[in-house]
Write a protein that binds this ligand. Sequence first.
Ligand code: FAD
Length: 370
Amino acid sequence: MIAGMEDARNARSDERRDAAMTEKDRDTCALVETTDVLIIGAGPAGLWAMFEAGVIGLRCVALDALDRVGGQCTELYPDKPIYDIPAVPRCSAQDLVDRLLEQCAPFGFPIHLGQRADALERVGERWRVTSREGRIFDTAAVMIAAGNGAFEPQRVALPEAASLEGRSLHYAVRQAERFRGRRVLIAGGGDSALDWALALRGIATHITLLHRRANFRAAPATAAAVKAAEQAGQIDFVVGTLDALHETADVLTGARVKTLEGERELAFDELIALFGLVPDLGPIAGWPLDARAGRIPVDTSNYETALPGVFAIGDIALYDNKQKLILSAFHEGSLALRKAYAYAFPDRQRTHVHSSYDTALQKKLGQPTA
Ligand SMILES: Cc1cc2nc3c(=O)[nH]c(=O)nc-3n(C[C@H](O)[C@H](O)[C@H](O)COP(=O)(O)OP(=O)(O)OC[C@H]3O[C@@H](n4cnc5c(N)ncnc54)[C@H](O)[C@@H]3O)c2cc1C
């Protein structure tokens, strides 16, 4: 692709977007990010779709509700080996994600993390997606690669928990320093809970780890380190479950805990609840896409949904004989992107050039041209 031609294409795309804008939109224009394809979800399906967007010459932006890319691979089984990726006899799930990121890196497309797509709106012939966090994306096509939904923390099931969230009740640790000089209760028995119990030693003034069983669901080495820290008096470990949270003048002061022996009071300033993540399709389930049990029906010739220019790929796509496999997600993304091209550039005919012969692509990828 000659640079001038690409500029002209982008200018035409911008013209179409501008025509679709209302006056109010123009006022908020600075807040709107414009692209050819918006990819919702940066799991394997979304990351591969980013690469394919770059290959066929589309601009692309991705977002993910989580604060890191990789979807299920990173969240659920990073260290497990995968054996069924073509031409890759064995790699860990995290390794696969790292390789996908490396593959799409030359295009420099932005990935907005910690952004959950909440609203979908038709604006002229384009789509507008708004995130829960307030970002607005104006796009010719939408690629829903949302897997089983956005992973959300499993919350404390007590009525008083909601009002404490974001103040003294935390579902993730963004900055360890936030807990300096505080008495902290960490609830949970998985890797995250144990890792943070260990990491906050020397930062928090007191750490109590609360888990419903004496055994942990964590890596044996981490569990052994926690037991050693308990014996050294660095961490208190309590077997039990939260029964009530106590507040005085809107300030968290402690909790009543149910243990095998009965009830017990614990005093602390901050509660970090790390019970794991649960997938939640959230507002996408309410988009007019005929979602069934959290999955979106598609046309298998191009993975388009019932809405023109809105595609569903990866685990979220629903069709006869669909297999929830990374291999299938790659195929679906490749076909969907080619149809998405027609929405971004309806007046252009795309000619396919194999990557082995595509010198323009090779340049974009920073490779010596063949
Ligand atoms: C334990 C385990 C082992 C597996 N082993 C294999 C294997 O060996 N081989 C194989 O092929 N497959 C395997 N799979 C399946 C494979 O991981 C999935 O098929 C694959 O992850 C699907 O990719 P995806 O991108 O469609 O969805 P996901 O990986 O689920 O990614 C979806 C992403 O979308 C984000 N998201 C969702 N909703 C929103 C929203 N509204 N806004 C913003 N972001 C959102 C999520 O946060 C998530 O990051 C395994 C799965 C598990 C659980």
